[in-house]
Design a binder for this molecule. Structure first.
Ligand SMILES: Cc1cc2nc3c(=O)[nH]c(=O)nc-3n(C[C@H](O)[C@H](O)[C@H](O)COP(=O)(O)OP(=O)(O)OC[C@H]3O[C@@H](n4cnc5c(N)ncnc54)[C@H](O)[C@@H]3O)c2cc1C
Length: 441
C-alpha cells in the first residue's frame, strides 16, 4: 500500500476518496466498528438524532463529494433561519442584516454606535485573546453578548481563554476577511455573496462518512485500531519493497510509504511517541472540552437554528440546536452541556444530565420537554485555548502528515478542505493529479 490513513472519521475518509480518485493506492485503518468518528447518527423512537455535529454548510467541495457517492437524493437543506443568544432573561435574536443590527435588543444604542468604530481599529495583536480582540475592535457589549457567545460557545471555551492566533484569526482568514471585519462583511453583502446553505441528510449527518466508506469498502478497514507506527526495520529486511512505515494493528502489520494521521491529539501522541517524542509530548498538552449532548423532544414550535447561552448566565447549557425547525426533525432539540466552564458535568449520571437539560430548556424557552438520549464526548471540541500554543513544538517526521482539527479548522468544510489539500500533495509527489492539485482549494 502506498498511503496509510489512520482514522476513518470524515477527514480520513475524504482523504482516502481523493487519493483513490487520483489513482493513489491507500488504506484506512479505523478503530471503531462504524465510520464517522465524532459524526454519529442514531434513530430513537423513530426520530433521527445526531450525537456530534448537527449540520454542515454545503460548500462546493462537499457538494461534489455528495454527488460522487450518490447521496444527492438524501440531502436535507435548511433555510438560513434566525439564531438567538440567551442573555439577561430572554432569547434575543442575533442580527444577520444591517437592518437587524439597528433594531436588535441584544445591544444598547451605545453598544451599537461603538461597534461602528471598528474600521478605525488595528488588526489582532500578538498574544491577544478573542475577548480582548473583540472588545478592542467592537466594544465590550458586542464582544460579550454577540460575537463572544457565538464563537466561544461553539467550542465550549471562554473567549477570554482563547488566543486569537490559535482560533478566530484562522476563522477570519478562512472567510477571506482581512483588515476591517465590518468593511469586509459589507463588501460581501454588496457583492451579493451568500454563505452556502445549511444541510444534513434524511438519516443524519453520518450518511456522508458511511457513503464514503461504502464507496471504498475494500480499502476501509473497520475495527482495526492502529497500535503502533514505526519506521521500517534498520536491518533493511523490507528495503527491497521501497517502503517506509510499518503500521501495526490486531490483524497484523501493513507496510506503507507514507502516513496520514487524522486522530485526536492524544491518540496521535501515542502513535508518534517513538517516531517524534517531543512532538508527541506537545500534542498531549492540547485541551479538548468535554461535552454532554442531550436530545430532547418538545412540542415547542420554535422557528430558528437555535441559541447560545451568554457565558455570564447561570446555566450549564452551552447552546441548543433546534433540529425540529432547522431540519424538520419531528420535535427534536439538541442541548450541549459542559465545556470548559463545567468540565466535570459529563461525569454525572444520565438522569442528572437529562434533568439539567430539560429544566434549563424549559426555563429558557417556556416550553415543556422530555429527554430522548444522553451522549458524552470526553474529548469533543478542540478548546483552542492557551494550551494550544504547544502546537509550536509539533513537527512531523518525513513521510507523516497530520490532517486534523489541530492542523486546520474544526468544521466539516474545513476538514474536507484539508483532506483535499493533503491528498493533492501526496498525489503530486507521485506524478498523479487530483482536482485539488490542479485547482485552488
Ligand atoms: C460536539 C461537536 C459538534 C460539532 N458540530 C459541528 C457542526 O455543527 N458543523 C460542523 O461543520 N462541524 C462540527 N463539529 C466539528 C466536526 O464534526 C469535527 O471536527 C470533524 O467531524 C472531525 O472529523 P475528523 O475525521 O477530523 O476527526 P474524528 O471524527 O475525531 O475522527 C478520528 C477517527 O480516528 C479513529 N481512531 C482513533 N484512534 C484510532 C486508532 N488508534 N487507530 C485507528 N483509528 C483510530 C476514531 O475512531 C475516529 O473515527 C462538531 C464537533 C463536535 C465534537
Amino acid at each position: 500500500m502506498s498511503v496509510g490513513i489512520v482514522g476513518g472519521g470524515v477527514t480520513g475518509l475524504a482523504t482516502h476518496h481523493y487519493l483513490r480518485e487520483a489513482g493513489v493506492e491507500s488504506v484506512v485503518f479505523e478503530a471503531d466498528g462504524e465510520p464517522g468518528g465524532v459524526i454519529r447518527s442514531r434513530t430513537v423512537e423513530g426520530r433521527v438524532l445526531d450525537l456530534g455535529p448537527q449540520r454542515t454548510r454545503l460548500t462546493p467541495s462537499i457538494r461534489e463529494l455528495i454527488e460522487a457517492v450518490g447521496l444527492d437524493s438524501e440531502l436535507r437543506e435548511a433555510d438560513d433561519p434566525p439564531l438567538y443568544v440567551y442573555h439577561h432573561g430572554k432569547l434575543r435574536r442575533v442580527p444577520q442584516t444591517p437592518r437587524e443590527a439597528v433594531t436588535t435588543d441584544l445591544l444598547s444604542w451605545r453598544g451599537k454606535l461603538r461597534a461602528l468604530a471598528e474600521p478605525l481599529t488595528d488588526s489582532a495583536e500578538e498574544g491577544e485573546t478573542v475577548e480582548e480582540y473583540l472588545t478592542r475592535k467592537f466594544g465590550s457589549e458586542v464582544a460579550r453578548y454577540y460575537f463572544g457567545p457565538l464563537y466561544g460557545g461553539i467550542y465550549g471555551s471562554h473567549p477570554g481563554e482563547m488566543p486569537v492566533e490559535r482560533s478566530l484569526a484562522k476563522a477570519l482568514a478562512g472567510a477571506g476577511i482581512e483588515g476591517s471585519v465590518l468593511i469586509s462583511v459589507a463588501r460581501k453583502v454588496l457583492a451579493g455573496r451568500e454563505a452556502p446553505p445549511i444541510v444534513s441528510f434524511d438519516d443524519g449527518l453520518q450518511r456522508l462518512p458511511e457513503a464514503l466508506a461504502e464507496a471504498h469498502a475494500e480499502t476501509v478497514r473497520l475495527e482495526t485500531p492502529v497500535r503502533e507506527v514505526r519506521r521500517d526495520g534498520p536491518d533493511g529486511e523490507r528495503a527491497g519493497e521501497d517502503s517506509q512505515f510499518v503500521v501495526e494493528t490486531p490483524d497484523g502489520e501493513t507496510v506503507v510509504d507514507e502516513l496520514v494521521v487524522t486522530t485526536p491529539a492524544d491518540v496521535t501522541a501515542d502513535l508518534l511517541a517513538a517516531l517524534a517524542p517531543e512532538s508527541a509530548a506537545a500534542l498531549r498538552e492540547l485541551n479538548y472540552n468535554p461535552q454532554a449532548v442531550v436530545h430532547l423532544h418538545s412540542d415547542a414550535d420554535l422557528t430558528g437554528a437555535g441559541y447560545q447561552v451568554q457565558y455570564d448566565e447561570a446555566f450549564r447549557t452551552l447552546g441548543v440546536t433546534w433540529n425540529a425547525g432547522l431540519l424538520d426533525r419531528d420535535g427534536v432539540y439538541t442541548c450541549y452541556l459542559g465545556g470548559a466552564r463545567n468540565p466535570g458535568l459529563v461525569d454525572r449520571s444520565d438522569d442528572r444530565l437529562a434533568s439539567v437539560a430539560v429544566a434549563e430548556f424549559e426555563e429558557i424557552t417556556g416550553a415543556s420537554a422530555r429527554p430522548l438520549s444522553v451522549h458524552r464526548l470526553r474529548r469533543g471540541m478542540p478548546a483552542y485555548d492557551r494550551s494550544w500554543s504547544a502546537l509550536d513544538r509539533v513537527s512531523t517526521p518525513e513521510g507523516v502528515r497530520l490532517a486534523t482539527n489541530y492542523t486546520a479548522r474544526a468544521g466539516i468544510p474545513g476538514r474536507i478542505r484539508e483532506a483535499k489539500r493533503v491528498a493533492g500533495e501526496l498525489a503530486d509527489r507521485r506524478g498523479k493529479s487530483t482536482e485539488a492539485s490542479t485547482a485552488t482549494v
